[in-house]
Ligand binder design. Structure first.
Ligand SMILES: Cc1ncc(COP(=O)(O)O)c(C=O)c1O
Length: 432
């Protein structure tokens, strides 16, 4: 090519959650049965959508309107419904004009960071969810900028680390929280959220709160929405139906802008996002039209409560199974459907392995682990020896070594078997 085609930021795009699938598929071809613990898609893990939800979607397919474009910002009746839902929480009040639909939150995330000037930075949690950290890093042509979530303190944010980074880096314009968090499953307590709001107010920042798992909490905890605690600080909440309905294939998510009039620059950002969607015409119509009918149905809350009960049970079972390994730092989860488990420092070594019976599989695994970070090494051996596919923690912009699992397996017996095998494999890997 006559010119360099790519910006430096293009190197920042990585999504190990799906990268590991390539390796697993290679082993699958060699006859290894794979247990997919890598991706947060309940449908892939055999979640059943209730008939009444399917009937609503079915009826909508009979309405010609669902085949057309909708308003650029999104279907008005749905935005009225959602604004009312947020307003009933009693915090900051919004109108339907403060809501903007996207083709999934992934689309919202990419668009948001894309229009910020490259010198501005959004600081987000580490371990980091790659869709945010990669998109932000790509916009800034730099590595992700993160504050530490502390595995020794329930994965709560290290507030001193966050404050210092905000204080000494004037390029930071916003703080990202993911609540409940992916990949740790941590739910931000109210007092920590309030501290983050105060920090944003003090340094004239805006807040971004990814709330895609807002309704996915269990074992006695609930997640506060940004609207409930933000007061007069500008902020954007990101919401969607991929996880809570769950309907990830709908590609349907939305943002809510809070206090957009409070700051001229922030208001311009919100307007640019509206304009960007206008250029693109609009986002997926049918799922938007389904939202008030499904989320507003009296059966919905009960349905969601049942799902949360099931995830809560899995969380407790996995805690009981893995907590007993002294080399791990393990935190029970209360939200989302992941758990990130850390190997304590010094426990992983470059000569550890698991027995892999099949010669070809063993050779493949041995070729992958050469020079790989120590948690990748564990993950590849686990995959080769047991077929359990998890995501290495160091791929979530983290210096810690560990792995992420999901809490999605619908088959109780299979779940028990998978996590018992995982526990036994960790033990024999560390003892090898
Ligand atoms: C924290 C978080 N935000 C956003 C997304 C993307 O959601 P969507 O399916 O709406 O693009 C995910 C998906 O895993 C997620 O975990």
């Amino acid at each position: 090519m006559r010119q360099k085609l790519l910006s430096a930021g293009a190197n920042e795009l990585s999504y190990e959650i799906r990268e590991i699938v390539k390796k697993a598929k290679i082993l699958q071809k060699e006859g290894v049965e794979i247990f997919w613990e890598n991706i947060g898609d309940p449908i892939q893990k055999n979640a059943q959508i209730p008939l009444w939800i399917k009937e609503i979607v079915n009826d909508l397919t009979q309405d010609d309107k669902t085949y057309g474009y909708c308003d650029s910002k999104g279907e008005l009746t749905t935005r009225v419904f959602l604004a009312d839902r947020t307003n009933r929480l009693g915090g900051v009040q919004i109108t339907p004009e403060d809501i903007l639909f996207f083709n999934g939150l992934g689309d919202a995330i990419a668009t948001l960071y894309h229009y910020l000037t490259p010198t501005t930075r959004v600081i987000g949690p580490s371990p980091a969810y790659s869709t945010h950290s990669s998109a932000e890093a790509a916009h800034a042509n730099h590595h992700p900028l993160t504050y530490r979530l502390d595995p020794e303190n329930h994965w709560y944010p290290d507030m001193e680390d966050l404050r210092n980074k905000v204080k000494y880096n004037p390029n930071i314009v916003a703080i990202l929280i993911i609540n409940p968090d992916n990949p740790t499953g941590m739910v931000y307590p109210r007092d920590i959220l309030e501290e983050i709001v105060d920090l944003a107010r003090e340094f004239d920042l805006f807040l971004i709160s990814d709330e895609i798992y807002n309704q996915v909490t269990y074992n006695g905890v609930r997640a506060y929405g940004l609207s409930e605690i933000i007061g007069d600080v500008p902020g954007i909440a990101m919401k969607g139906i991929s996880k809570e309905l769950p309907w990830p294939g709908s590609r349907c998510g939305w943002i809510e802008c809070y206090n957009r009039e409070a700051d001229l620059e922030f208001n311009r950002l919100c307007k640019v996002l509206d304009d960007a969607k206008m250029i693109e015409v609009c986002s997926t119509t049918l799922p938007q039209m389904a939202i008030p009918k499904i989320l507003g149905d009296p059966r919905y809350d009960e349905y969601r409560a049942e799902l949360n009960e099931k995830i809560g049970w899995r969380s407790r079972f996995i805690s009981e199974t893995l907590q007993e390994i002294p080399e791990l730092t393990f935190n029970p989860t209360y939200g989302a459907f992941y758990n990130t488990i850390v190997f304590k420092e010094g426990t992983l070594k470059s000569d550890q392995s698991l027995p892999v019976k099949d010669n070809e599989v063993r050779e493949l695994v041995e070729s992958w682990v050469e020079g790989a970070p120590l948690d990748f090494r564990f993950v590849y051996y686990l995959l080769g020896a047991t077929g359990i596919c998890v995501v290495p923690l160091s791929s979530f912009a983290s210096d810690l070594r560990g792995f992420r699992i999901t809490l999605l397996e619908e088959d109780e017996e299979l779940l028990k078997q998978t996590f018992t095998t995982l526990r036994d494999s960790i033990r024999s890997y560390l003892d090898s």
